[in-house]
Ligand binder design. Structure first.
Ligand code: MG
Length: 160
């Protein structure tokens, strides 16, 4: 078993629709970023890469690469799951926390778990997503930005 952690933070744009945990959430604008800005998926990717000893998301997807401009982060996650699978690892479980003053995420948690679980090839019971506010402190607390933390446990794939 190998454990990894991930963290990401993105600023909200003024326009677009929020992409988070692999779903669209119409109650908030999109997060700024080279890809679709999905900070939760990026934190999960960093946790997976950390657990596998494979560096970080920036090494695999250099910022500014035209090939990943505006890309759906689910595609990035699926590719990294494939990469660690080729190294003999499968995802055991994921736990994540989103820190944001907006939007209210409670009604979307189950859908995010399902979307992430599909990319990770695990049941949604193996993907936990929590949400908390930043108690109005700083850039997260003012609703300027959204952050995400993730922990992943990988198993050595007994089939490989
Ligand atoms: Mg990011």
């Amino acid at each position: 078993m190998r454990v990894g952690i991930g963290y990401d933070i993105h600023r909200f744009r003024e326009d677009g629709t929020l992409r988070l945990g692999g779903i669209e959430i119409s109650e908030a604008p999109q997060l700024d970023g080279h890809s679709d800005g999905d900070a939760l998926i990026h934190a999960v990717i960093d946790a997976i890469l950390g657990a596998a000893g494979e560096g970080d998301i920036g090494q695999h997807f250099p910022p500014g690469d035209p090939a990943t401009r505006g890309i759906d982060s689910r595609e990035l996650l699926t590719r990294m799951v494939r990469l660690v699978s080729a190294r003999g690892f499968v995802v055991h479980n994921v736990d994540a926390t989103v820190i944001a003053e907006r939007p209210r995420l409670g009604p979307h948690i189950a859908t995010m778990r399902e979307a992430l679980a599909r990319c990770l090839s695990v049941p949604s019971s193996a993907v936990n997503v929590k949400a908390t506010t930043h108690e109005r402190f700083g850039s997260l607390g003012s609703g300027e930005a959204l952050a995400a933390l993730a922990t992943v446990l990988l198993d050595e794939d007994s089939a490989s």
